[in-house]
Ligand binder design. Sequence first.
Ligand code: C2O
Length: 586
Amino acid sequence: MASLNYFPCTATLSHTPSRPTFPKPPSHRLQISSSISENKNIDIETNSNSQPKVDRRNMLLGLSSGSLYGAANLVINPRESSATPIQAPVLDSCGVATNLNNNKELDINCCPPTTDRIVDYRVPPVFQMKMRPSAHRVSPEYIFKYNMAIDRMKRLPKDDPRNFFQQANIHCAYCNGAYKQQEGQDGPDPSKFLQVHNSWLFFPFHRWYLYFYERILGKLINDPTFALPFWNWDNPKGMTIPPMFLDERSALYDKKRNKDSMPPAVVDLGLTDIKDPLQLVTNNLTIMYNEMIRGNSDVYGFMGKAYSQGDAPDRGPGSVERGSHTSVHWWVGDPNQPTREDLGNFYSAGRDPLFYCHHANVDRMWTLWQYFIPSNKVPYKRITETDFLNASFLFYDENAQLVRVTVQDCLDNLRMGYEFERIDLPWLDYRPPPQTVGARIRRANTKSAQPNTVFPLKLDQIVRVFVQKTKKGKADEVLVLEDMEVDTSKLLKFDVFVNDEDDNVFELDKAAYLGTYAQLPHKSATNSTVKTSISLKLTDLYDDMDNIDDDETVLVTLVPRHQGEGITIGGIKIIEAPPPAKKPAA
Ligand code: C2O
C-alpha cells in the first residue's frame, strides 16, 4: 500500500504503549485516501470557468508523499461561493477584554501585536510526523525539554508575538470580543464580536492555535519534532492533573488553579461536584461514550452549529465542547479568583500551560471521531459548506510572521504533520446496563412529572415533563431543547435524563443519561443573553431500554447543576431523526 510509506518516520514512536491499545482501526491514512475518492470532497475548487483548479495543498502533498494523491483523487467542490465564511479578524479593531461579571473593562489589553504584512499560510510538506504523547506517560527528558521551551517562550521580549503572554492574548482576542468580524460586501454589523467558541469554528480554531504554538516551542528549543503533550482525561489513568504541571519551580506551573483539583482528585467531567472517585470515573466514561458515540445524530451535533459572517455568535456548541471540554476548564480554574482565572475563563485560559495540554486532548477527540470510532452512528462526518471550509483566522507562525489560515487546511492532522500516541479508549464500548421492565412499572407510578409544565421555563429547579414521541416505542428520534435563553456571563450547566428510574442525579452511568448543556462564561454579542438550542439523539438510548415498547411518551428530567436560573428553556419536543446527511453530489 503506497500509503503505508507515506510518512517514513511513523515507525519511530518512542512512546509506543506496551499494553494493548484500542482495536486497531483500518489505517487512518488508508481511510483518508479512500474517503477522498469516495466522498468527492473538498480538495479542489471550481473556478469561474468550471475548470477544476488543483488546490496547492494537494500539489504540496503530492510532492511530499510520492504522489499518493494521484489524479484519480482529484475532486470537485460542488458548492457555490455565494457564501460568507467568517473571515480573519480586523486586527486593529482589537481592544481591551471585558470582565463578564460586571461588564467593565479588564485592566489587560487583550491584543496581540499588529502588522500589515499577512501571508497566506501553506502547510509545509511533512518529512517527519510529530507524535503527541500522553502527558501522564512522558519521560523526564521530555518534561525537561517542554519546560525549557515554555520557559524560553516566557522570556521572549514582551512585544514578540510568540511570547507566552502574547500567545495567551491571541486566545483572548478571539473569544473575549477584542477581535471583530470583518465587514463583508453587505457590511455585516461590525459591532458583532468574533467568538470562536460555541459553533463549528471551535475545533478548527483550536487546532490551528496549537499547531503554531507547538511550532514556536519547537523552534525555541531547536527541535522541529517537538510535539505538545495531551491530557488524557478520557482514560482513568489520565483523570488527574498531569504531574509535570504541578512543580512550582517549573515554567509549566500556574498558581491560579483550584486547590481542590490537585491530585489525587479525579477530574469531574460532569461537574456533578461529587467526590467518590469510583463514581467519578464511571460518570466520566459514560460522558465520553455519550459525547463520542451515542449522543449525536449528525456532524453538527459533534462539531457545533454553523456560524457565518454577520451571524451573532453562540449558534450552539458541539457535544465535546459543551461537555468534557467546558468541565475541565471550570474544574481547574481557581474559585478564589474574581472570574475563576486562569482556566475557568476564556480570556485568561491561555496563561496556564495546562490549557494547551487540555486542548491537545480536545483535538485528539476530534481526530478519533473523524477517523477511528465506528462511523455507522453518524454516517457522514464531513462538513461541506464553503462557509465552514473557507472560514479563516490569523496567527503568528514560528518566525513571528502573521499568517492567514483556513479551516479546510486543518481538517487532517496527518497533513499538518502530527498524530497522537495510541492509548486505549475505555469509553469506546462503555454502554450503560440496559434498563428493565421493572423501571417502567415504577415510572408508571411516578407522581413526579409536572403535568402542566408551562414554557418558557426557568431552570431553577429539577423539572420533569412528559414529552410526546413521534411513534410508539423504539423509534429513530431526537430530543430538541429549543429557544434556550442563556446568560453568557455565567458558568451554566444542566443534564438531561430520559425515563430515569431512580432519580439519582449523581450517577450518570445509566441508560437514562441523555446528555448535557454547559458553557463557560464568555463574551457574546452586545447583550449577555443569547438564544441557543441543542439536539440530543434518542435512538441509541432507546436501544439501552428494554421497556419502552408501547410508550407514546417519555419522561424527560432536566437537572440544573450550575446556575439554572440563568437558563430559560423555550420548549421541548421530540422529532424524527433527520435522515443521514448525504454525501455531496459530485
Ligand atoms: Cu478556546 Cu477551551 O477554549
